[in-house]
Ligand binder design. Structure first.
Ligand SMILES: [Fe+2]
Length: 345
């Protein structure tokens, strides 16, 4: 099989590595985070709260971070020339967003919400509740800081993208079901309650919705798998970060020539496959399983799909039968019937 050419060259720390060294919070690497709500965090001077970086799948295009806002606390004001998509992993609170000379917008959120900060707008997250808040946030900071390699440009840039921020009620003016399986909005109050569209070509009762949040170029989607349902294996470039928002199961992943790894997942588990790492999702629960995926380019701003079926997907017929046998056995122990159709992911 002819594979795409890959070469990893290490010329020392990148501008992103240097930024991280300066920020000094813990860095989590690898492919799996068991539970973002229990990750160990460190004092993060820039944010004014505790946090850690997630540098999963060994790449420097996108990253994620987790921060915790204590009861009654808030972050320091932030502003930066990279995009952010926020998933509320725990608790409830509010965010205020603004641009110079325009009215501030404040919106509330709770566990399960997703929203994005308009590019280079200022913002503060508040926790007015009695419980700590944990935010799980995907960003394209690595790509941006590595391109411009100038922290003043990224963190102290006065340019206002007037077309990306609307004051007052207009902040939420992007809120429309643009086409099948695609929404544009700024805030989804709960990804587990949001009505998804059917995705029949992926399998019976499989549901899906892609989002563009606050007009970011950073694409994301929510998928739902019915009980007894799994995907086939596929692979692609690195950078997709997935968090389980409902249900339970496991992810299986491996790189060519290496052993298959099976990791159980539950609400709060995050995983992110390396470049060209095979991966598949398995729902083992008696209820539906949902995940929220942040996956790089938004289809609104990039139509590129660097996919070649001969090296990106394993048809069921070519898969090691032990994988399906093991899945059926696990389902049987839980009293769940395996779905006839496997989701082609
Ligand atoms: Fe994938």
């Amino acid at each position: 099989m002819l594979l795409p050419f890959r070469e990893h060259l290490d010329f020392g720390p990148t501008p992103y590595d240097l930024l991280q060294q300066k920020e000094g919070i813990p860095i989590v690497r690898g492919n799996i985070v068991e539970d973002v709500t229990t990750l160990e965090l460190g004092k993060w001077a820039r944010m004014g709260v505790d946090g850690c970086f997630l540098n999963l799948s060994n790449q420097q295009r996108s990253d994620a971070y987790v921060c915790e806002i204590p009861a009654g606390g808030q972050t320091l004001p932030q502003r930066h020339l990279f995009e952010e998509i926020v998933y509320v992993a725990k608790g409830r609170g509010a965010t205020t967003v603004w641009q110079e000379g325009r009215g501030k917008v404040t919106f509330e959120w709770a566990m399960g919400a997703i929203f994005a900060i308009p590019l280079n707008a200022s913002y503060i997250h508040f926790n007015g509740s009695q419980e700590p808040v944990r935010l799980f946030v995907g960003t394209n900071c690595p790509a941006m800081i590595n391109i411009f390699h100038n922290e003043d440009f990224i963190f102290r840039n006065p340019f206002d993208f007037r077309d990306r921020f609307q004051e007052g009620d207009d902040f939420l003016r992007y809120n429309q079901h643009v086409t099948d399986r695609y929404w544009e909005t700024n805030l989804v109050p709960d990804v587990n309650e949001f009505a998804l569209d059917d995705f029949p070509m992926k399998g019976k009762n499989v549901k899906h919705m892609r989002f563009t949040l606050s007009d970011t170029t950073y694409g994301c989607h929510v998928s739902e798998f019915p009980p007894g349902c799994r995907s086939t294996f596929h692979r692609h470039g690195p950078g997709a970060v997935i968090i389980i928002t409902k249900g339970e199961g496991y992810v299986m992943l491996w790189s060519d020539g290496e052993k298959r790894q099976r990791h159980p997942f539950k609400v709060g588990t995050v995983y992110s496959p390396n470049d060209l790492m095979w991966h598949g999702h398995f729902n083992t629960g008696t209820d539906v399983m949902r995940h929220f995926a942040m996956r790089g380019d938004s289809p609104k701003y990039s139509h590129d799909r660097f996919r070649n079926p001969s090296w990106t997907m394993i048809p069921m017929a070519d898969e090691d039968p032990a994988i399906q046998e093991e899945y059926v056995e696990i389902l049987k122990q839980k009293g769940v019937e395996a779905a006839v159709q496997v989701v082609e992911d």
